[in-house]
Design a binder for this molecule. Sequence first.
Ligand SMILES: Cc1cc2nc3c(=O)[nH]c(=O)nc-3n(C[C@H](O)[C@H](O)[C@H](O)COP(=O)(O)OP(=O)(O)OC[C@H]3O[C@@H](n4cnc5c(N)ncnc54)[C@H](O)[C@@H]3O)c2cc1C
Length: 388
Amino acid sequence: MNASEAMDRATADVVVIGLGALGVSALWRLAERGVDVLGIDQFAVPHAHGATHGKTRLFRTICLEHDALGAWAQLSHRLFDALSAETGKRILDITGGVMIGDPDSGAIRGTRAAARRLGLEVERFDRDQIAARWPAHSDLAPGDVGLFDPAAGAAFPEAYVEAALARARSLGARAIGGVRVTGIRPEGEGLRIDLAFGSLRARQVVLATGVWLQEFAPGLPLDPVRTSMTWFAPAPGFALAQFPVFIREISPTLTLWGHGGIGGGEIKVGLGDVGVPRARLDPAHIDRGIETRDLRALEQAVARYLPGMGPRPSRVDPCVINRTPDNQFIIGRLPALGGRLIAAGGDNGHAFKHAPAIGEVVAAITTDTSPPLETDFIDPGRFARVLA
Ligand SMILES: Cc1cc2nc3c(=O)[nH]c(=O)nc-3n(C[C@H](O)[C@H](O)[C@H](O)COP(=O)(O)OP(=O)(O)OC[C@H]3O[C@@H](n4cnc5c(N)ncnc54)[C@H](O)[C@@H]3O)c2cc1C
């Protein structure tokens, strides 16, 4: 029997397609429930071709994107910690984080409201206190305030993927890298999953294919776009130790974020993405070249507001995100193929901190049990008209 024939005979109760942050989370949480689960990715994982690479992601439980997400991030925090303890991998570094902006800005008002909802304390700093405590931040407006969230920090995406995969395997899950799924079709009571070579059979499929989601769920209103990761080398004398993760809303159309003081070297800085127009990408032909026009706005902002860095980036790496019309994830059963497909996508560039919770919700949906979190706002059913 050759490899292709062996594949044709392979079956799993659930196949997870895509092993980025969301797919490995589903694999791990399904394996924890004792489900016979197999994960598959077109690349060897972890890899740098999707959305889950680049060493760090901002982590916080004070989430501005939706009222319910604080509880999601809290569950993720517990699961990140449990996974670290089980695998010995460092996945989170809680250094605290500061949100800076006008008291009426979305960043400050949203942080206050989200902290209140979670019953968390955030310390308030006025402009002079910000300048004294975090001197890297320059050209502060007279009315700027800073809110320090002691529970924020950085998460490490590649380490997480490796740890979740290792834990899932130790629980009996199977995972295959370097094999592309080319189609999914009904077969008897289940589904046949066609691969670049051979095929698999499963009762249900979790679609965690990132910007490639529309290939299998063409009705979903998704907008895959490119958004680069950019690092700057601090100039001599830059106080790296006084530079925690931050989000700084300079104006309604200009937000800077960054992860500093991690790894002791380069600092990752980016521009806020929500609402920023970006060209839709073709997932089949992702342009990975870097053009100076991608960087100009960021370089100008860094030169003015963080002048102790740069002036030019030390490293740039393309990344991708999948936008939805309401900036919320799409997680749940799709009506096609008898409801046997479960989508886990629409990440909108803020899903890493929620990945373990997303895995838990996907595992609950797949096993027809109640998710432990509020899920109405991420249900694909909200796009019922386009899915029908
Ligand atoms: C620049 C940038 C900064 C970000 N910052 C933050 C942050 O600070 N905090 C935060 O929480 N989030 C952040 N995010 C978002 C976060 O990184 C993503 O939401 C998350 O990584 C998405 O993971 P995913 O599993 O959906 O996608 P991916 O990691 O892209 O995984 C999809 C997988 O599916 C596989 N696949 C696709 N098609 C097929 C196929 N046909 N067959 C087999 N395999 C297939 C791909 O190979 C890939 O491995 C950021 C994202 C970017 C781009």
